[in-house]
Design a protein. Structure first.
Length: 372
């Protein structure tokens, strides 16, 4: 008989949220391997991308707990997503984040790309293990935005590194020494854009089991608005016999593996960095191309590809279509959203919404409920 869900030292949960029509997140529980992926791309491409990523990761994951080997598996997942994008229709520009962890007693290795996150609740305090590959995270690092502002920024979902575009993808790796009883959390941005780190920490501390922790996290994200798909995986760190005492005395300072002491290492690292910057710009561009938004332009609804506003002076938007739909004739909520730029999944969704506005005008009912 299999153990009940709340008796296991790990649990995962994924929910569509309250706004999106499909769930493009995926997660993997295959001890000692755990992962979360958040897909992007129009139609069902994002869903395919995150699925392909976690399935390939599970198939190619190393037999031993090693950060470099785990990063290699993430690069294989990247190759698989690129291959899937090339063979499928309407999948151009599809991609996915991937945050993967493997555990060996209290030792945790993490390989990471994108804006999903790994956290460790270490001795009751929440520590972020990964760094987001997103434009708002770059802006926070450069002091242009506070952490709190980044959670509400209209372009918070633009990521600078993802699986599915760059064959030479750079994968971040981390190694953490945890303590028995610590909790490892992997999650998609649908959780972290809805809840602060402080709220996440409180929920983890209060939860008696990993199963109740993921339930509480997902429920709270939906209570806060459920703007995005939300996914959480929680793993309780248990010391293996004979290892616990030594591990418990160690700290949980996350550290990046990269130490390149030899000059050759430094040269290669510099070249990789140059490639990464180029790749990041390209990934952001490719991602933005797949997106769309509607905006009030001189009193009429206009359709654009990309994302509204600009980031650090860079515009990622392209004019697609002017319409004859007057903004004033729509309801107040829609008018306000159109002023700021109303983001939709893709160009097809934009067309659908314009058609919906036209239908509303024809019947003379300004109805806010049809807005995504
Ligand atoms: Mn997301």
């Amino acid at each position: 008989m299999s153990p009940r869900r709340d008796q296991l030292p790990y649990a995962g949960k994924s929910d569509v949220g309250l706004v999106r029509s499909g769930n493009e997140d995926a997660y993997l529980i295959s001890p000692p391997l755990f992962a979360v992926a958040d897909g992007l791309g129009g139609h069902s491409a994002g869903e395919i991308a995150s699925q392909v990523a976690v399935e390939t990761l599970e198939r190619t994951a190393p037999g031993r707990v090693d950060a470099k080997a785990l990063a290699r598996a993430v690069r294989q997942a990247n190759a698989a997503v690129i291959a899937a994008a090339e063979t499928g229709r309407e999948r151009t520009g599809m991609g996915t984040t991937l945050t993967a962890a493997m555990l060996d007693g209290t030792r945790i290795v993490v390989a990471h790309v994108g804006d999903s996150r790994a956290y460790l609740l270490h001795l009751g305090g929440l520590q972020r293990i990964t760094e987001d590959h997103s434009l708002v995270a770059d802006m926070v690092r450069h002091g242009q935005l506070t952490e709190e502002e980044s959670r509400y920024h209209p372009n918070r979902s633009v990521i600078t590194r993802a699986l599915g575009s760059d064959p030479n993808l750079v994968v971040d790796t981390f190694e953490v020494d945890a303590a028995p009883g610590d909790l490892l959390l992997l999650c998609s941005d649908g959780l972290t854009s809805m809840l602060t780190d402080a709220e996440i920490g409180q929920l983890l501390v209060a939860a008696p089991t990993p199963a109740s922790a993921v339930d509480a996290l997902v429920a709270r994200a939906n209570d806060a608005g459920g703007q995005d798909n939300v996914t959480a995986v929680v793993v309780r760190i248990d010391a293996e016999p004979g290892r616990g005492t030594r591990a418990a005395s160690r700290g949980a300072a996350p550290r990046e593996r990269e130490d390149g002491g030899r000059w050759l290492g430094r040269v290669l690292w510099t070249l990789a960095l140059i490639a990464a910057i180029g790749g990041a710009a390209w990934a952001a561009w490719a991602y933005a191309r797949g997106q769309a938004y509607l905006i009030d332009q001189d009193g009429y609804v206009a359709v654009y590809r990309g994302v509204p506003g600009d980031l650090a002076g860079i515009s990622l938007s392209w004019h697609a279509e002017d319409t004859t739909v007057p903004v004033d004739a729509l309801d107040l909520v829609t008018v306000a959203r159109l002023r700021a730029g109303l983001r939709v999944r893709d160009l097809a969704a934009a067309e659908e919404l314009v058609g919906d506005y036209r239908a509303r005008l024809a019947t003379g009912t300004p109805d806010a409920t049809a807005a995504p």
